[in-house]
Design a protein. Structure first.
Length: 210
């Protein structure tokens, strides 16, 4: 169970998804002051939605928010624990990592950033898809070409659900927005529009960010 309160988790996730970098920095700083025994890195790792298993990296990477993603990664230090690898390999309840979401949305520059930062492209989600396969079935050819050129994802994730089963896998993850199926979600306005379509509780507050 997370040491963060539910509303604190919601705020972190909301900022990551809405691309509100300055608010995210401010809030992480506030939490760091409140939880003196915790580091910013451990706070980021603890901010996980209890229903979906999504973390801040899922939302930032899935929506192509590079500055937010770089900030999240910068809070992890190579000479200390936890490492940024912990954030990059974290899977939600559908088994998807932040790389899965970046790939299926076609965010090529984000995919490059994640690989440079140590993301594991071989991780499979619950239906046996790796990030390459998710990009392929969502027609994100540039991402597929890049990953294949890099020589990753060639031996795993090429099977699993196809057709209706593949579409159902995406639908089963209530925090993959419609943009994650039909295209990317790039602007804050687009994010806000997509939030209304998400199959989560909506009480008209930032709680909708979880």
């Amino acid at each position: 169970m997370s040491f963060l309160a539910e509303e604190e988790i919601d705020d972190v996730l909301y900022c990551a998804r809405a691309n509100d970098l300055e608010e995210l920095k401010s809030f992480i700083s506030t939490l760091d002051t409140k939880y003196t025994s915790e580091s910013p890195a451990s706070i980021i790792l603890a901010a996980v939605d209890s229903e979906t298993g999504n973390n801040a990296a899922h939302y930032a990477c899935g929506n192509g928010h590079q500055d937010v993603t770089k900030y999240l990664l910068s809070q992890f230090h190579a000479d200390s624990s936890p490492s940024s690898k912990s954030l990059l390999i974290a899977q939600n309840k559908a088994g998807n990592t932040a790389l899965h979401w970046a790939a299926l949305n076609g965010h090529l520059e984000m995919v490059k950033l994640l690989l440079q930062s140590g993301a594991d492209v071989s991780i499979l989600n619950v239906v046996g898809h790796d990030a390459v396969y998710e990009a392929e079935i969502n027609d994100k050819d540039k991402v597929v070409d890049f990953l294949l050129k890099e020589g990753v994802g060639l031996d795993t994730g090429l099977g699993g659900a196809e057709g209706e089963d593949a579409e159902e896998e995406v639908k089963d993850d209530p925090n993959v927005t419609e943009g994650a199926v039909n295209g990317s979600v790039d602007s804050v306005d687009d994010v806000k529009k997509e939030l209304e379509k998400m199959e989560i509780k909506d009480n008209g507050t930032k709680e909708e960010g979880g």
